[in-house]
Write a protein that binds this ligand. Sequence first.
Ligand code: ADP
Ligand code: ZN
Length: 297
Amino acid sequence: MYYGSIEAGGTKFVCAVGRDNGEIITSTQMNTERPEKTMPQVLDFFRQYQLKSIGIGSFGPIDIATQSYTYGHITSTPKLDWRDYPLVQTIQSALDVPISFNTDVNAAALGEATLGAARGLDSCLYITVGTGIGAGAVVRGQVLQGLSHPEMGHILIRRHPDDDYQGNCPYHKDCLEGLAAGPAIEKRWGKKGMDLSDRPEVWELEAYYIAQALVQYAMILSPKKMILGGGVMKQFQLFPLIRSKFQELLNGYFDFPEVTDQIDEYIVSPGLGDQAGITGGLVLAKQVAGRPYKSAE
Ligand code: ADP
Ligand code: ZN
């Protein structure tokens, strides 16, 4: 028997079947269209296998509070077809297995903590800088959850004095995501990030914002490692810029060897590459395998 994993993204769903050591036996992906189009494909894929459980890392916002009336739903997403969609209930009523439901970045953080760059550590932070910005954290081996999942992409940061781009978060305008996600880069500079590799000022500014976010995460969560993924982080020249800005902003305050001497191993790329989320889904699945659960009506 295998575990199932779903990385539910705004542009595509990745579905995988694998083992709890992170080994993926088979996987497939489908475009994120309307739920009525995408979900039957997801269910047909998993129906081919005998599964112990399924772990889902989803785009959000989502309701992960198990006592909540709308637990398992994608909630106020700007993707209108998916707003208030009961993702967990749909899968559970079709496949009848326990499901663990969390955010895409929490799944990735758990994958990295268990089998990736933070393997052997009981805490880490995972941030994705892509179409949006989101971060998940593992604390004492568990994904961090409060009222709901954290929304670390929407923190408020200090604007660069030379940056007159207004920001494009529909809620906050110039929050971190509004100033530093892929679409903000494109709107500010008039080209997509991947076509701006040779413009140092683009990445200096990007590092200025991301480093501020990492300082806040470090001050609040004190993670043992920070892992930076997502499309924008494919600009690997960002890493040294972010590391030195991070140290400059801390100004000697967070005085640990990890930060002062081994920063190259403290702020890193995902050890699992683009598989962090889907691997994390397998780890989530394992956590709920064999647990009693309420069958969806
Ligand atoms: P998503 O966030 O939708 O899951 P990605 O993590 O690939 O997907 O992020 C997509 C965003 O990242 C887009 O805004 C895109 O322009 C930007 N991006 C993708 N690849 C690169 C790259 N190599 N360099 C800079 N920006 C990139
Ligand atoms: Zn925001």
